[in-house]
Design a protein around this ligand. Structure first.
Ligand code: MG
Ligand code: MG
Length: 629
């Protein structure tokens, strides 16, 4: 099916919207009338602009409060329609959307509505135009696609068809299976939007909080599956009213929209019997088995500090790159790479963001297929000229200009570390602390980048999202979204900062953009790890002394256990699955830190402990210096 998007979905003035929509790869656009009215462009200029960008004008919308009016309102509505038809012909628009009436004058009545539409169909057909009727979920008399369809059926005119909008049907909880009995050729266009599940006024919910399919909680995939069952093969068109998108980057929102549609069509094609649809052109979403490595960019001074921290955490320097200024630190199955090259991406990442974890390597079954899917979904491939003898690893640009490498067990990537690094004997010889794997990686970004990241990861990898939670920072809320897979090979926490005064906001500010703010390592015995870390001179983060008595009260823990936890600065949580132990390092001046976790069946991330951790980390940060002007 072809892709389209309503101009109201993206920010800017009409020429910017059209450009962003074309560049994102859409086949067509719906022209939202207001965007045309305020543009100051002539209809002919807009028509040319759309055509010059290679786009189809799929729909002109909306035309309101048309049906079941008494005279003289009825005649006035037809006069209005004729004037809109004139405009549509000048714009080159072939179809108009009529949404169900909210007028207090509307009388209602399915046959009365059918008569009105039959006459409108006659008038439209004379000009070679078509009319699609959409049930707004807050429509006065018609607010259900089944009633809209009955009106279209009774109007019985080839120029009159149905417009389906996933929001209007799904927000009201109407079963999308009810679409299956509608003949596909009577559906003129299908509009799609998702939304977070919130109990609120439908109109307000629709006008402000719609989002891209996959970003919200509505069963849009089921909806499209039902649409496909009708034989409909027209446009899938995004109609997204969202306050954040209206104020965001037109380019980024259009790109997200196109990615969401490709991902959705891919999912639906996998749901349907093979005979009815061509096989999906996209490779499967990749299962991530684990984080193979994390790579930091630094200069010599910061690399020295980082090396000191890693030693205290029980890492040993295990190798030096054969041809580059890159060190490998190892513990358990964890690989941490510290890159101090004077050129290439690591250097530019360091110059742009300071010392930071700018790349991760993910273990997948097929690195080339993962890359192919990512690129097909609009991700930017990353290639850097390899040094002689260096292995080329498939990679893409991630959030905030970072890099994600894909590592598989193909012959060229087996023995990667031994091939590229010369083993070395680490003179620091700190004690191994029993850290085994990377448990999770936390990425911090501004809150308006959260949905983009969510869509990026969920469309690429075989992962699920958990419900978004609010984490309380003394200076504001941080929106936190977990993405994880079944086996725990990929666990990401995405944190969206609302302002710059939270620890998350401070980090994004210091880094000049989104990035990895903390990395959590797993241990099987946190008490042993804590003792080893203490022997290495690691300074754990100590939270408020009020935390431990409260912990004892909340979970009914015995005094001795609580004393042991407090002594070792270990935080505790429990859920239905099991117990969780956490140990934090202090945050660096930029807000970056390490975490150590022990999971005993526990499935979460210690969200109840986050406010304690954040408050303590903020207390231990160097005081903010305000530059004199
Ligand atoms: Mg709509
Ligand atoms: Mg964490």
């Amino acid at each position: 099916m072809k892709t389209s998007i309503a101009t109201v979905s993206v920010s800017g003035i009409l020429p910017d919207k059209i450009k962003a929509i074309a560049e994102a790869g859409f086949d067509g656009l719906e022209l939202f009338e207001q965007d045309f009215l305020v543009s100051g462009e002539t209809p002919e200029a807009v028509r040319r602009m759309i055509a010059d960008h290679g786009l189809a004008l799929t729909l002109f919308q909306p035309f309101r409060d048309f049906e079941t009016l008494p005279e003289p309102h009825r005649q006035a509505a037809f006069d209005r329609a004729e004037r809109k038809f004139d405009l549509m012909q000048a714009l080159g628009a072939e179809m108009v959307l009529v949404c169900s009436s909210v007028s207090p004058h509307a009388l209602g009545g399915i046959d009365r509505a059918a008569v009105d539409f039959r006459e409108l169909g006659e008038r439209a057909a004379r000009r070679g135009l078509r009319v699609g009727y959409e049930a707004l979920c807050w429509g006065r008399h018609v607010n259900d696609h089944r009633d809209a369809w009955e009106i279209v059926r009774r109007a019985d005119h080839p120029a009159i068809g149905l417009v389906l909008d996933s929001f209007h049907s799904l927000a009201k909880g109407i079963d999308p299976e009810t679409i299956r009995s509608i003949p596909g050729e009577r559906i003129f266009i299908v509009q799609l939007a998702d939304a977070p599940l919130i109990h609120m006024d439908l109109l307000h919910w629709s006008r402000h909080l719609r989002n891209m399919p996959g970003e919200g909680d509505l069963p849009v995939r089921d909806f499209v599956r039902s649409v496909c069952a009708t034989g409909y093969d027209g446009y899938l068109s995004l109609e997204i009213f969202n306050d954040q998108f209206r104020g965001g980057s037109a380019r980024a929102v259009a790109k997200d929209g196109h990615r969401s549609l490709l991902h959705l069509m891919d999912q639906v094609s996998r749901d349907l019997p093979r005979a009815t649809v061509p096989a999906s052109p996209l490779p499967d979403r990749s299962v991530v088995h684990g984080v193979e490595f994390v790579e930091f960019a630094a200069d010599e001074a910061r690399a020295g500090q980082l090396g000191g921290n890693l030693h205290a955490l029980g890492f040993r320097k295990a190798g030096r790159h054969r041809s580059k200024s890159v060190d490998l630190y190892r513990q358990g199955q964890i690989n941490v790479v510290v890159n101090t090259e004077q050129q290439g991406l690591a250097r530019s990442a360091f110059l742009a963001h300071g010392a930071a974890a700018y790349a991760i390597g993910l273990q997948v079954d097929n690195a080339e297929a993962t890359l192919a899917r990512a690129v097909a979904l609009g991700a930017e491939p990353f290639e850097q000229e390899p040094n002689p003898g260096e292995i080329r690893m498939p990679a893409i640009r991630g959030i905030g200009g970072s890099v994600i490498y894909f590592v598989d067990r193909s012959p060229k990537l087996v023995g990667l570390w031994e091939h590229e690094f010369i083993g070395c004997d680490d003179p620091a010889r700190s004690g191994d602390a029993g850290l085994e794997r990377i448990d999770h990686v936390a990425q911090t970004m501004f809150v308006d980048e959260l949905l983009t990241s969510l869509l990026f990861y969920t469309s690429l990898f075989d992962v699920r999202k958990l419900p978004m939670v609010d984490v309380v920072d003394p200076a504001g809320l941080v929106r936190s979204q977990v993405i994880e897979n079944e086996g725990g090979g990929l666990r990401l926490t995405l944190n969206g900062a609302e302002n710059r005064r939270t620890l998350a906001g401070h980090f994004v500010n210091e880094l000049f953009g989104a990035g990895i703010q903390h990395i959590a390592f797993s241990t099987r015995d946190i008490r042993r790890t804590a003792a080893a870390l203490a022997a290495n001179g690691f300074e754990p983060l100590r939270v408020s002394s009020n935390y431990y008595p409260d912990l004892a009260a909340r979970f009914g823990l015995d005094e001795e256990m609580v004393a042991r936890l407090e002594q070792a600065a270990i935080l505790y949580d429990r859920d239905a699955q099991g117990e969780f132990f956490q140990l934090y390092g202090r945050a660096g001046s930029d807000g970056f830190f390490f975490e150590i976790v022990e999971r005993r069946g526990y499935a979460g991330y210690g969200a109840p402990n986050a406010p304690f951790r954040i408050a303590a980390q903020k207390r231990s940060l160097p005081p903010v210096t305000i530059p004199r002007l």
